[in-house]
Design a binder for this molecule. Structure first.
Ligand SMILES: [Zn+2]
Length: 274
């Protein structure tokens, strides 16, 4: 599933194509994409809208229109936006722009969603679902500690909860916990100040590296020009069962936390604090 770095990479690539452009013609060819709204109705509503800016919150892409409306796109498992999509398979929607170019929405497994929000609806919608952005200056180790305080859930589960922090998923949580030398099953509220500082900087490090590598391509994630990200070559923990830990050489272990495959170094990420 695309996480913050993958969605941010898509945003950076697609924003120049969309910003300032008017949607001249919109086709949505998938009832699941807009449900419970009728895709024909949503396509008609979008036609004529002019794009002001393309933003991101957590794993959501936000296409903001000059009218004050916003299209909230969640790519879920396999959604992606493509420039010049002619000939692509699994296209579920097509935006024809007033400069004659096209942007397509491709989704193999069809879990992605498009939600058209009226002016004033965006902030309350996101506010109820998405916590702080981990890459903004206002995100501090102290603030992270406040979000985790008193929580007995495993650290990994707390970080996967989008209301704790926006945009982390299975890959970047495992990577951040490896950098922070923290076991995924540590109770979320049990971290001391030094551990919180390590976790705070580790989350940023993992996400920033992911953005710098244009995300990780494991199955179907592609950039809007069809190319792949390369973060998967830099994984320290995720998916590396039995491979030597880059720090200590111990084979990486795998378990399940909250139903998700979880990779960690059993030596440098001990369950008991050192
Ligand atoms: Zn290790």
């Amino acid at each position: 599933m695309p996480e913050l770095p993958e969605v941010e990479t898509v945003r950076r690539a697609i924003a120049p194509a969309l910003e300032g452009r008017t949607l001249e013609h919109v086709e949505i060819d998938d009832v699941r994409l807009t449900r419970p709204e009728d895709p024909l109705v949503v396509a008609a509503e979008l036609t004529g809208e002019r794009v002001e800016r393309v933003d991101r919150r957590g794993k959501y892409l936000i296409v903001r229109f000059v009218s004050g409306r916003a299209l909230l796109i969640h790519l879920r498992m396999t959604g992606s936006l493509l420039r010049d999509p002619a000939g692509s398979s699994h296209l579920r929607a097509l935006l024809r722009l007033d400069d004659g170019t096209e942007v397509g929405y491709r989704d193999v497994r069809r879990f992605g969603t498009w939600l058209l929000l009226e002016p004033g609806e965006l902030e309350p919608y996101l506010g109820a679902r998405v916590g702080e952005e981990p890459l903004v200056a206002a995100f501090t180790a102290k603030g992270l500690g406040e979000r985790l305080e008193g929580r007995r859930a495993p650290l990994k589960a707390a970080l996967l909860d989008q209301r704790t922090l926006a945009g982390l998923g299975n890959i970047y949580v495992d990577e951040a916990l490896w950098y922070a030398r923290l076991h995924p099953l540590r109770p979320a509220g049990s971290l001391d100040r030094d551990e919180l500082r390590r976790l705070h900087s580790a989350i940023r490090k993992a996400l920033e590296l992911g953005i710098a590598r244009q995300g990780s391509t494991l199955s179907t994630y592609r950039l809007p020009d069809g190319s792949s990200g390369s973060m998967q070559k830099e994984f320290k923990a995720y998916g590396r069962l039995d491979e030597p830990c880059d720090r200590c050489g111990t084979p990486i272990a795998k378990s399940r936390v909250g139903g998700r495959g979880t990779w960690f170094c059993p030596n440098c990420q001990p369950l008991e604090p050192i």
